[in-house]
Design a protein around this ligand. Structure first.
Ligand code: AMP
Ligand code: ZN
Length: 479
């Protein structure tokens, strides 16, 4: 197997990826701010990191991954206060929803899914060590990081600090700072708002400190990989570097990976613009969890993902095509024997799939390898050139595909039920109907009348009636 190449934001190039400790990868992922349901832009980034994780795992690495949940920030405090409940009661619902969404999207749970509010003491310690080293100053009960003390500031995002005018806002804090670029490590308490009594004095943590503290607590001073959406590179990740490297003197992260945005109508999908769909919005409309996962995984992470209703339809029919193909292999009756070409074909597809992913997780290339295989095997079957002993190597390639993409298992209905949606019979697109009809014709040709009949019944349940024509063809219409 070829070496893994990943694009490192720090060096701005693709590099061979080799973890610090052989066989083991320590990885941190910025998780959701749990003030609302996550939208599918957020899930674009989480699906990317799941594909990364699964791919590295398939290469035999042991993964130790931390994902945080930001369960304290200005919006959470404000929303909880408006409802007259504690931030813990307020976020509980969205933490639960996030976990449910993760399982609907087949996102593997990270080894540590941790909450910021459970790590206040770790943050306090980190701030103390930054204070001891002279990186901080206090103002009106808050503690700030003095960026001018950290010479490496800007190395990740290549932000031109000269261009940031004094007084310009680069952070969301509204506190008094010596320099506009400085950011809050610890925020003074405000009356009636959640705060903690600590050795630093009363207050609450800034956003950036939580990721540095939790990453280093579980993974050590130097991590192999840190991921997030591209909007986090500056200032969030830049600030994480300043905090962690300031405190330890060691490099914080060896490889930084950033996912480009999911966009809709030419703009980033975001809560503040109001142009967002949550996962549940899409499931409510009748889309399957596997469709959304496939769609989010199919565009390589460093390319923007343009979300359109066409792209959702295409994703649905791609998953359908792959599932039908596997069903055809498992249920079809093939003549005994072996066609050596088929094994070669499957091995070739596996190698191309693997090479696509090894090249900075190019999921488009990887998928093309699988769809080429599907096309060639379908053609061979139609020409009666496919034999019983060819099934296993082709299924092995499909298993390899699914260890990463995780869409083949027909479990959408149970996932929908788990989220409280009534099982729905979604409408088939004309292309999906044609695919099923072709499969039925092939089954009949192989005298597999049970399969042919099952397909006819399935179509009928979904509102499609078939009419066999005299010349052996089929016409179909909606009921
Ligand atoms: P948040 O809940 O806002 O902290 O964001 C969680 C993750 O989603 C972060 O890694 C963000 O960078 C990422 N994210 C936010 N909006 C988008 C988007 N439109 N496309 C891709 N990733 C996004
Ligand atoms: Zn973070």
């Amino acid at each position: 197997m070829g070496e893994i190449q990943l694009h490192n934001t720090l060096t701005n190039r693709k590099e061979p990826f080799v973890p610090l400790r052989p066989g083991e990868i320590r990885m941190y992922t910025c998780g959701p701010t749990v003030y609302d349901f996550a939208h599918i832009g957020n899930y674009r980034t989480f699906v990317f990191q799941d594909i990364l994780r699964r791919f590295l795992h398939s290469r035999g690495f042991r993964i130790d991954q931390v994902m945080n949940m930001t369960d304290v920030d200005d919006r959470i405090i404000q929303n909880a206060a408006e409802r007259g409940i504690s931030i813990f009661d307020y976020t509980a619902k969205y933490i639960q929803a996030f976990k449910e969404d993760m399982s609907a999207l087949s996102l593997e749970p990270p080894e540590h899914l941790v909450r910021a509010t459970d790590h206040i003491e770790d943050m306090v310690k980190l701030i103390e060590s930054l204070e001891a080293k002279g990186f901080t100053y206090r103002s009106e009960g808050s503690i700030y990081y003095r960026i001018s003390k950290f010479p490496g500031y800007g190395k990740l995002s290549k932000v031109d600090l000269g261009g940031i005018q004094a007084g310009a806002r680069v952070d969301v804090d509204r506190y008094e700072k010596a320099d506009a670029r400085d950011f809050a490590l610890w925020k003074a308490p405000k009356p009636g708002e959640q705060s903690w009594e600590t050795r630093l004095g009363p207050g609450r943590p800034g956003w950036h400190i939580e990721c540095s503290a939790m990453a280093m607590k579980y993974l050590g001073d130097t991590l192999d990989i840190h991921t997030g959406g591209i909007d986090l590179a500056f200032p969030h990740h830049e600030n994480e570097i300043a905090q962690s490297e300031g405190a330890t003197g060691h490099p914080f992260v060896r490889t930084w990976l950033h996912a480009e945005h999911l966009i809709i109508d030419g703009e980033k999908m975001s809560k503040s613009l109001g142009n967002f769909f949550t996962l549940r919005d899409l499931l409510q409309k009748g889309h399957k969890p596997s469709t959304i996962r496939y769609l989010l995984a199919s565009v390589p992470y460093r390319r923007q993902l343009n979300f359109t209703s066409d792209s959702v339809q295409q994703a649905a029919s791609s998953v359908e095509r792959l599932r039908n193909f596997v069903a055809r292999l498992k249920e079809g009756k093939f003549p005994p024997g072996i066609n050596a070409e088929m094994r070669k074909r499957a091995e070739h597809a596996e190698a191309d799939f693997e090479a696509g992913l090894a090249d900075d997780l190019n999921t488009a290339v990887a998928l093309a390898a699988i769809f080429d295989l599907v096309r060639d095997v379908n053609t061979a079957i139609d020409r009666s050139e496919f034999r019983q002993q060819d099934i296993q190597p082709v299924l092995a390639a499909m298993r390899k595909f699914d260890a990463i993409f995780a869409v083949l298992e027909d479990n959408d209905e149970s996932k929908l039920r788990a989220l409280g949606f009534a099982p729905s019979r979604t409408e088939l697109s004309p292309e999906e109907v044609e695919t099923l009809i072709a499969e039925r014709q092939a089954a009949r040709k192989q005298r597999n009348f049970k399969r042919a009949d099952d397909i006819r019944k399935e179509l009928e349940v979904r509102g499609i009636l078939l009419e066999d024509t005299r010349d052996g063809g089929v016409r179909w219409k909606n009921k």
